[in-house]
Design a protein around this ligand. Structure first.
Ligand code: ATP
Length: 508
C-alpha cells in the first residue's frame, strides 16, 4: 500500500479530493471565497451528519445520565460578561505595518542569531511542524549572506509574546524579512459582534456565541426543574460556534464558523472529580476509535498546572496526528463550579442543588468534554485516505484512491450496481434491492460505466460495500449478489438477508 509521500502532499490530496468529490468547498467560492468559512457538499454533509449523529446516539440516547438541549446562537450579552468572554476571550495579535499581514503572537516564532557568543541579528518564522529548523536555516543563510565568520549557536525558538520591548523592533516580519514593522502584541477579542433590533448603539450589542457550553450553564435550572435528572448527570448540545480567529488555517481545522459537540457533566461538589475526569477522557478516546480513528494517531496532553485558569482543576486534550502536526482535537476540562457561580452572581438567581443527606445546598462542579465536529471530520479524512497500486485481472497496474471510512460514518453505506444497464432483468432486481435498502440506509444506485470504474468511484467516496446484480443473481437459484468489500477488494456471494445482517452489525 502507498499513501502520499509526505504530509504536505497529504493535505493537498485531501483538499483536492474534498473539492473533486463534493465533500468540502470554499464558502462563496464564485466570489473568491471567504477566509475561514467553508461549505459542505453532498458527500461532506452526509459524513458530517453521521459523525454528529453517532456522537448524539452514544452521548445522549445510549446513556441514562445525559440529556440534550439546543440553545440559541445569540444569547443575552450578559452571558458573555459573566462567562468572562467579553473581558478575556482574546488572542494576542501582531500587525506587520509594512505588509498589512496579521499574526497571532503565539504562532510567530523568533530567535537571536548568535555568532561567537554575540547577538548579530534576529530571524523569524511562522509556527509549523519544523519551526526550529526554519529558524536555524534562516540564521545560517543570514550568516552566509553577510559573510560573518565564527561559530553560529543553535537557534532558541521563542514566540512573539516572549519578545521584550527592546527586541520587538529588531525582529524581522515573516512577510517582508525586514525588522521594524511588527507591532507589540495586543489583545484581540475573538467574538463576532452584531446588533439586535433596529438600534445600532451600545445597548443593542450582542455576540455570536464562541462556544455552545454557556447554553448548558444558563439552562441548568430549567433542565433540573423540568426533568428528573439526578447527580451526576450531563447536558449535551451540538451547534454552531463562531470565533473571529486571527489566522484561520489548515483547511477546516481552524475556521471562523464551526460546529461544536459539547457536554457539561455535573457532579457533587464533594465527588471524586479526578476519577470522573479520567473516565470522560477514556470515554472520548474510545468514542474516537469507534468511528475509525487509529489509536496510533491519538495522544494526550495534560495542560501544565501553572497555565490553567485559576478556577480550573485540570484540562487534558486528546491530540490527533494531523498531516500538519499533532494538534488538539478534543479538550476535557474539569472546571470546578466556576461557570454556575458566575451566572448565579451575575443574574442574582442561585444555581444550586439540595443534598438530601447533608440537608445543605451546594453548587455542582462540572467536567466538560468539548470537541469540534469539523476537526473530527478532518481527522477522519486524513486517517482514512490512501492511494494504492492495484493489479486488475488482466495484470494491469493502476492507482486507486480509497477512503477507508468506518461504516458507522461513511456517507454511503452500500452502492447497488446492476452489471449492465440495458438488461431489464438485472436493473429490475437492482432497483428492488435499492428501494428496500433506502428505507434504512444511505445507498447509491450506479449503472454508469464499467464495473471496475464504478468500484473506484465508490472507493473514493469511502463506500464500504458494493453489491453487483449479475447474471448469477437472476439465473441461479438463491437470489444472491456479488458483495465487494472496499478495503480488501475481496468478493463473495451474499443473499439479501445476509446483506441486511452485515449492515445491522456494522452500521450502528
Ligand atoms: P485551540 O487552542 O485549537 O484554538 P481551544 O482550546 O480554544 O482550541 P476550546 O475552546 O476548548 O478550543 O473548544 C473546544 C473544541 O472546539 C476544540 O477542541 C476544537 O475541537 C474545537 N474548536 C475550537 N476552535 C475551533 C476553530 N476555530 N475551528 C474549528 N474547531 C474549533
Amino acid at each position: 500500500m502507498s499513501t502520499p509521500a509526505d504530509s504536505s502532499n497529504l493535505m493537498e490530496a485531501l483538499v483536492s479530493l474534498a473539492k473533486r468529490r463534493g465533500f468540502i468547498y470554499a464558502s462563496s467560492e464564485i466570489y473568491g471565497g471567504l477566509n475561514g468559512f467553508f461549505d459542505y457538499g453532498p458527500l461532506g454533509v452526509e459524513l458530517k451528519r453521521n459523525i454528529r449523529d453517532a456522537w448524539w446516539r452514544d452521548m445522549v440516547h445510549r446513556r441514562d445520565d445525559v440529556v440534550g438541549i439546543e440553545t440559541s446562537i445569540i444569547m443575552h450579552p450578559k452571558v458573555w460578561e459573566a462567562s468572562g468572554h467579553v473581558a478575556g476571550f482574546s488572542d494576542p495579535l501582531v500587525d506587520c505595518k509594512a505588509s498589512k499581514q496579521r499574526y497571532r503572537a503565539d504562532q510567530l516564532f523568533w530567535s537571536p542569531v548568535v555568532v561567537d557568543g554575540k547577538t548579530v541579528s534576529y530571524v523569524s518564522a511562522l509556527e509549523s511542524e519544523k519551526t526550529t529548523e526554519d529558524l536555524q536555516a534562516a540564521a545560517e543563510s543570514f550568516k552566509r549572506k553577510k559573510a560573518i565568520v565564527g561559530t553560529l549557536a543553535p537557534v532558541v525558538a521563542k514566540d512573539f509574546t516572549e519578545a521584550s520591548v527592546e527586541e520587538i523592533p529588531l525582529i524581522p516580519s515573516p512577510a517582508t524579512g525586514e525588522p521594524g514593522s511588527l507591532t507589540a502584541p495586543r489583545a484581540f477579542n475573538m467574538m463576532f459582534q452584531t446588533n439586535v433590533g433596529a438600534m445600532t448603539d451600545a445597548s443593542s450589542v450582542a455576540y455570536l456565541r464562541p462556544e455552545t457550553a454557556q447554553g448548558m450553564f444558563v439552562d441548568f435550572k430549567n433542565v433540573i426543574d423540568t426533568t428528573r435528572v439526578k447527580l451526576p448527570f450531563g447536558i449535551a448540545q451540538i451547534g454552531k460556534s463562531f470565533r473571529n480567529e486571527i489566522t484561520p488555517r489548515n483547511f477546516i481545522f481552524r475556521s471562523r464558523e464551526f460546529e461544536q459537540m459539547e457536554m457539561e457533566y455535573f457532579i457533587h461538589e464533594d465527588a471524586d472529580w479526578a476519577t470522573c475526569h479520567e473516565e470522560w477522557i477514556t470515554w472520548c478516546e474510545n468514542w474516537l476509535k469507534s468511528i475509525g480513528l487509529p489509536e496510533s494517531h491519538l495522544s494526550r496532553y495534560a495542560h501544565p498546572k501553572e497555565k490553567l485558569a485559576f478556577y480550573s482543576r485540570g484540562t487534558v486534550d486528546i491530540m490527533f496526528k494531523y498531516p500538519f502536526g499533532v494538534q488538539e482535537l478534543w479538550g476535557i476540562a474539569a472546571r470546578g463550579n466556576y461557570d454556575l457561580t458566575q451566572h448565579a452572581n451575575a443574574s442574582g438567581k442561585p444555581q444550586e442543588m439540595f443534598d438530601e443527606t447533608t440537608k445543605k445546598k451546594f453548587v455542582p462542579h462540572v467536567i466538560e468534554p468539548a470537541v469540534g465536529t469539523d476537526r473530527i471530520f478532518l481527522a477522519v479524512l486524513a486517517s482514512a485516505y490512501a492511494e494504492e497500486d492495484v493489479t486488475d485481472e488482466k495484470g494491469n497496474v493502476e492507482k486507486r484512491t480509497v477512503l477507508r471510512l468506518s461504516p458507522r460514518i461513511a456517507p454511503v453505506k452500500v452502492a447497488v450496481l446492476p452489471l449492465l444497464k440495458n438488461k431489464e432483468a438485472l436493473t429490475n432486481r437492482a432497483k428492488a434491492l435499492y428501494t428496500k435498502l433506502k428505507r434504512n440506509y444511505a445507498v447509491q444506485y450506479d449503472d454508469g460505466g464499467a464495473i471496475g470504474k464504478r468500484y473506484r468511484r465508490q472507493d473514493e467516496a469511502g463506500t464500504p460495500w458494493c453489491v453487483t446484480i449479475d447474471f448469477d443473481t437472476i439465473e441461479k437459484e438463491g437470489d444472491t449478489f456479488t458483495l465487494r468489500e472496499r478495503d480488501s477488494m475481496s468478493q463473495k456471494r451474499v443473499t439479501e438477508a445476509g446483506l441486511f445482517a452485515l449492515l445491522a452489525e456494522h452500521v450502528y
